[in-house]
Ligand binder design. Structure first.
Ligand code: ATP
Ligand code: MG
Length: 557
């Protein structure tokens, strides 16, 4: 292959291409996405999903969805269902049925028996504290367990009695017999099995011993004949053990490759920490739109394409880095610009009376749905004598270059007429409560013969037709940029303004038909979508993202 072409491949694509050329794995590509069903997927998982499914698809291969369900206490079917829904929503389909590490409990048990028979595994009766105290540290060798030299027969007997439930939790473990002086701590006789009398979400009470991650993951890859097992960098120190088990068992030689995990600014990205936010009521559930979970992003109005584009844009690195969450906002803005229906909603209203417009007249004006999409058509929007506009589209003493309304100033109402502000009304506190304007009848959009040119166009809603709605505006979850610096203290940095509820805004009547899952641009205000909390009587819209990146500006204030 030409050098030029090779450079544009990421390092995993290069590996796959080399393997395909050399005929390794018989020209097959089979990757897997292996979530533990102990929480909802987050945007970091989306990166892993796009990478695993994308890599296989690019080379005509497939991807298994395998639940790493070896930890009975933390796992639930609710999580399994949400993970399947999220992977599909992102636009990917796994090979065949979804798989479970727990499908392989019997095979894994037999693998362990094989290692015992080879003198490569033993039952240890010590407590976890004792075992930890013998581990040594990277500079000092550990010590051998007093149980390390049990006979094969004794180990086989004890291991089968562990399985039979003769011993209590923690009474015994099965360990690999490798090297207590190995420079890699993971190779110092790592645990393979522990006793846990806990029902499992799929296998029920069948098992009371469960394999550790290191003795389940690689072997499951091997059973499925995975060709490229891609995981995050922190597992590179586990790779020698992954290879040791496969080699000693003589099973299918899957290979593990590591890439840098995604870290995003202003959020946390571990299921354990996200679960804390849910359990402690800091947020309203896993799909609270402030969360970095896929379900939250979906609820907030992100599209699958925007998330896939984001994962593509940030690329695949071998070194950990921190991505500005603004990049994610950029990607959703870019996608929504193409597909969102433009509508009018006034978030902070002031009343305008168009004094020369007939009192009872209502005009149904045609307004384009999306100028970026010529197939999007148009809809009608009612216009009448009394409308709302945004308060800040009027200035009593207009600044230079303020091309909106002020005493004597003219502006165009989107899809309607040019109006001129003749007068305004103040209440006893000096607040402006009402504007009196006149309209230019010849200036109607689409048939404007007025000859008048105005620079500004503003949005509006007809008061008698407007529909009330609640709007929820979201901001960064944490005020802290890099949460990796503070560990479990991240909750001290929750942004107190991460959610702003505007209880009453006025939207154009077409939004009575708004559906969950449809994206709108509230003109000049940002992208919005209907929240599942909405009812026919009470519309609720989430702001997906503003039209421009205001965060950078805010910070430098
Ligand atoms: P968490 O700490 O959030 O629970 P995890 O790694 O324990 O994450 P798993 O369910 O075990 O979660 O992960 C499934 C897959 O997703 C793994 O291959 C893992 O490496 C990958 N993954 C998890 N977090 C990220 C991330 N931030 N960036 C990229 N990949 C990730
Ligand atoms: Mg995990």
């Amino acid at each position: 292959m030409a050098e030029e072409e090779k450079k544009s491949l990421n390092f995993l694509e290069q590996i796959v291409e080399e393997d395909l050329q050399s005929g390794k794995h018989g020209g097959r590509v089979l990757t897997r996405f292996p979530p533990e069903p102990n929480g909802y997927l987050h945007i970091g998982h989306a990166k892993s999903i796009c990478l695993n499914f994308g890599l296989a698809a690019k080379y005509g291969g497939q991807t298994n969805l395998r639940f790493d369900d070896t930890n009975p206490e933390k796992e639930e079917t609710e999580y399994v269902d949400s993970i399947k829904a999220d992977v599909r929503w992102l636009g990917f389909e796994w090979a065949g049925e979804e798989l479970y590490a727990s499908n392989y409990f019997e095979s894994l048990y037999q693998f362990a028996v094989t290692l015992i028979k080879k003198g490569l595994a033993y039952v240890d009766d010590q407590t976890s504290e004792q075992i930890a105290s013998q581990k040594g540290n990277p500079n000092f060798p550990g010590e051998d367990s007093p149980y390390r030299y049990r006979t094969v027969e004794e180990n086989l007997d004890l291991f089968s009695r562990m399985r039979a439930g003769e011993f209590g939790d923690g009474a015994k473990v099965l360990r690999a017999k490798i090297d207590m002086a190995h420079p890699n701590m993971h190779m110092r006789d790592p645990l393979m099995y522990r006793i846990k009398h806990a029902p499992h979400h799929r296998t029920g009470d069948t098992w009371c011993i469960y394999p550790m991650y290191d003795f389940a993951h690689g072997q499951s890859d091997s059973i499925e004949e995975i060709t490229h097992s891609v995981c995050t960098l922190e597992f590179d120190v586990h790779r020698p053990l992954y290879e040791w088990f496969i080699e000693k068992l003589g099973i299918y030689p899957s290979h593990q490759y590591e890439f840098a995990r995604l870290n995003l600014t202003h959020t946390v990205m571990s299921k354990r920490k996200l679960l804390q936010l849910v359990n402690e009521g800091v947020v309203n559930g896993w799909d609270d739109p402030r969360m970095p979970t896929i379900s939250a992003l979906r609820r907030r109005g992100f599209t699958p394409a925007s998330i896939r584009n984001f994962c593509e844009k940030i690329g695949v690195a071998k070194r950990d880095n921190l991505i500005d969450v603004g990049v994610l906002d950029y990607c959703v803005r870019e996608d929504l610009n193409k597909l969102a229906t433009r509508v009018m909603a006034v978030l902070d209203p002031i009343k305008v009376v168009i004094t020369n417009y007939p009192t009872d007249e209502v005009e149904e004006l045609q307004v384009e749905n999306n100028p970026e999409d010529e197939n999007s058509g148009s809809r009608t929007v009612p216009f009448s004598r009394e409308i709302y506009i945004e308060k800040d589209d009027f200035m009593e003493v207009p600044m230079k270059k303020f091309f909106r309304l002020g005493p004597g100033l003219m502006v165009r109402l989107k899809g309607a007429y040019i109006i001129k502000c003749d007068d305004f009304v103040k209440d006893e506190f000096g607040n402006i409560t009402e504007l009196h304007c006149s309209y230019i009848p010849e200036s109607r959009s689409g048939s404007d013969t007025s000859g008048i040119n105005v620079k500004g166009t503003i949005h509006w809603v007809s008061i008698q037709h407007a529909v009330k709605a609640e709007v929820r505006v979201y901001d960064r979850l944490l005020i802290l940029e890099d949460a990796s610096q503070v560990g479990d203290d991240f909750k001290k940095f929750i942004n107190p303004d991460s959610l702003t509820v505007i209880p009453e805004v006025f939207v154009e009547p077409s939004l009575k038909e708004a559906k969950v899952g449809t994206n709108y641009q509230f003109m000049r205000k940002g992208y919005f979508c209907l929240d599942p909390d909405a009812t026919a009587e009470h519309l609720v819209f989430n702001r997906t993202v503003g039209l421009k990146d205001t965060w950078v500006k805010e910070k430098s204030k």
